[in-house]
Design a protein around this ligand. Sequence first.
Ligand SMILES: Nc1ncnc2c1ncn2[C@@H]1O[C@H](COP(=O)(O)OP(=O)(O)OP(=O)(O)O)[C@@H](O)[C@H]1O
Ligand SMILES: [Mg+2]
Length: 236
Amino acid sequence: MPTLEVQKLCVHYGQLQAVRSVDFQVGKGELVALIGSNGAGKSSTLKAVAGLVHATGGTIRLDGEEIQRLSPEQRVLRGVSLSPEGRRLFGRMTVLENLLIGAHTVKSAARRSETLHLVYELFPRVHERRSQLAGSLSGGEQQMVAIGRALMAQPKLLMLDEPSLGIAPKVVAEIADAIRRLNRDGMSIVLVEQNARLALRLAHNAYALEHGEVVMSGKGDELLDDPFVRKAYLGV
Ligand SMILES: Nc1ncnc2c1ncn2[C@@H]1O[C@H](COP(=O)(O)OP(=O)(O)OP(=O)(O)O)[C@@H](O)[C@H]1O
Ligand SMILES: [Mg+2]
């Protein structure tokens, strides 16, 4: 049974349909990438899985159980965690305070020092800067904190929305290493990226979205070699 199974997902904003009958799934321990250009519906898809926008159609199953009617909070409790596009940290709170916000459920709070240790091990720089105000960090460091905060909820499904956006290549490589490590340790991950090359290199399976629809899917390395994908997303 897949960790996440999304079927015929629709999202509307008023008259505008941002997601049109999208199907995808994430197996246990699998890393799945969603790629596509601006406005394709990638963030809307992740927000619908997290419950931050309403799914106007379709089903979302986590370990076989339908979750599309649950509150965002209930989904966090069941193991869904999103690191949002643009990071959304509290700039005037410290790094540590931001991380602890991610461990706000009773279950995750009980194990928070253990989880914090894992986050610090994954991102030593976050540990170094734990007492600093989040707003004073570089973009790359803020992204590490955002991923760390999502991890503090102890998810079984981690969703990352554009973790490489606006970040220097060297730091992107560090973040990519961390994503790879988490996945190797067994975490199921959905990675949304405009950096298709990065996403397809990391992903077992990938889906390309355009205008709210899945236009292509396959194994990450197959898509990397696909002429359509190369032309549309890789610029080669
Ligand atoms: N809160 C909102 N209200 C109205 N329209 C929205 C809202 N959020 C997104 N949209 C629209 O829905 C469509 C899909 O947006 P979405 O953010 O899901 O795309 P995306 O693939 O994540 O794009 P990007 O790569 O730019 O982040 C776009 O046309 C966008 O303008
Ligand atoms: Mg987006």
